[in-house]
Design a protein around this ligand. Structure first.
Ligand SMILES: [Zn+2]
Length: 405
């Protein structure tokens, strides 16, 4: 695609020129973090930031999403750019001058950066309307942190918001650690895990702590299940197609001389392939039920599916890598050797449309990526300069895909 490179030249510099206003927006968002699907203050700030750009703006019915459509000067296909908007139930400890004003809530995953970065992309693209053949759909999404906001927005029609199905979809996630400063990282195929949730209730019979033979004690059975699950991980699954099983919570009993009737385990399961994703519920159920049965007890296994595996289309990931190098230099692209075990509901969009998701380093100057507090930490800090990277990369992805027709 000769010529495209010329069109993209200067995009990063233009994004850097927007940095003061994008950082100001990000700081306003950071002060008023909101949870889950209902984000009225965030939504109001997005609507204000988009006003005057000549976009077709609609808001969600079941959630406080914002969908904005930019029409280019000429007809062509439509593409989608996404930013998630929700915060976390974390008490901020960063000491930033724009620290959260909502007690117990914090933009600890950097979704305030995603909103401001996507607004930046909208500004860059609106200024290039005359060069654009086609449309760009901007997807401002609540409820990424477990509420499946992307799935609801798909149900409400975001993929067809321009009047036809989008042909490409792109998103980025900032990272406060892990990645070296100044880079954008990603990989083809599996990028992130499918996180499932399981509640196991071991059912026995309560009794006096002095006479366990007259009861059915669920406590040693629960302990045995915890260890048997780790044996399952290494003995029943392929080491080259891994699974993570973490029992994060165990609850049973009230006092040392009472055998409780039940014990409850809360488990997260992370898988990276369809084969392991499909096999996990039955294997886990077998272990829990049969360990319990071996001791005359039963186990109820409530297995809840979470988000699907986040999978990058190889050609779209290659586009992302190429544009990153064009915008930021050859050293800026970081090909990740492995997926991350976190989950991401942009996976629902990538199941429907070829696209790519990448990580943008927001490491603060002078910080060590190995030790800098990572996303979800109350100490996680995100450097504003990553806004220029996100905005220019998202805009470049839209322009490059639309130029293909
Ligand atoms: Zn996040």
């Amino acid at each position: 695609m000769e010529g495209d490179v010329g069109e993209l030249t200067g995009l990063y510099d233009e994004a850097r020129a927007l940095l003061p206003e994008l950082a100001a927006l990000r700081h306003e968002l950071h002060k008023v973090p909101e949870l889950a699907l209902d984000l009225p203050k965030t939504q109001a700030l997005v609507l204000e930031a988009l006003s005057g750009l000549g976009l077709e703006v609609t808001v969600g019915a079941e959630l406080s999403s914002v969908v904005a459509v930019l029409r280019g000067a000429r007809p062509g296909p439509a593409v989608l750019l996404r930013g998630d908007m929700d915060a976390l139930p974390v008490t901020e400890e960063t000491g930033e001058p724009f620290t959260s004003e909502h007690p117990g809530l914090m933009h600890a995953c950097g979704h305030d950066m995603h909103v401001a970065g996507l607004v930046g992309a909208a500004r860059l693209l609106a200024a290039r309307r005359e060069e654009i053949a086609g449309a760009v759909v901007f997807m401002f999404q609540p409820g990424e942190e477990g509420d499946g906001g992307a799935e609801i927005m798909i149900r409400e029609g975001v993929l067809d918001a321009a009047g036809e199905r989008v042909v490409g979809a792109y998103g980025v996630h900032v990272s406060s650690g892990l990645l070296p400063g100044g880079v954008v990282g990603g990989r083809p195929g599996t990028l992130m895990a499918a996180p499932d949730s399981v509640t196991v209730t071991v059912r026995g019979a309560g009794g006096h702590g002095s006479a366990p033979h007259r009861a059915l004690d669920p406590v040693p059975v629960a302990a045995e299940i915890v260890l048997a699950l780790q044996a399952m991980v290494t003995r029943r699954f392929d080491v080259f197609d891994p699974i993570v099983v973490t029992v994060g919570s165990i609850h049973a009993g009230t006092a040392n001389n009472i055998i409780p009737a039940t014990a409850t385990l809360e488990i997260t399961v992370r898988t990276f392939s369809e084969a392991t994703w499909l096999a996990a519920p039955e294997r886990l159920r077998e272990v829990c039920e049969h360990v319990a049965a071996a001791h005359g007890l039963t186990a109820d296994v409530d297995y809840q599916r979470g988000y699907p595996v986040t999978r990058n289309d190889p050609a779209e990931l290659e586009r992302t890598a190429r544009l990153t190098r064009e915008l930021l230099g050859d050293d800026a692209w970081f090909e990740m050797p492995q997926p991350l075990a976190g989950g991401e509901d942009f996976s629902y969009v990538l199941q429907e449309v070829p696209g790519a998701f990448a990580f943008v380093s927001a490491l603060t100057p002078g910080a060590d990526p190995a030790t800098a507090p990572y996303n979800h930490s109350p100490y996680a800090r995100f450097d504003d300069s990553a806004l220029a990277t996100s905005a220019s990369l998202l805009a470049a992805l839209a322009l490059d895909r639309l130029a293909e027709g």
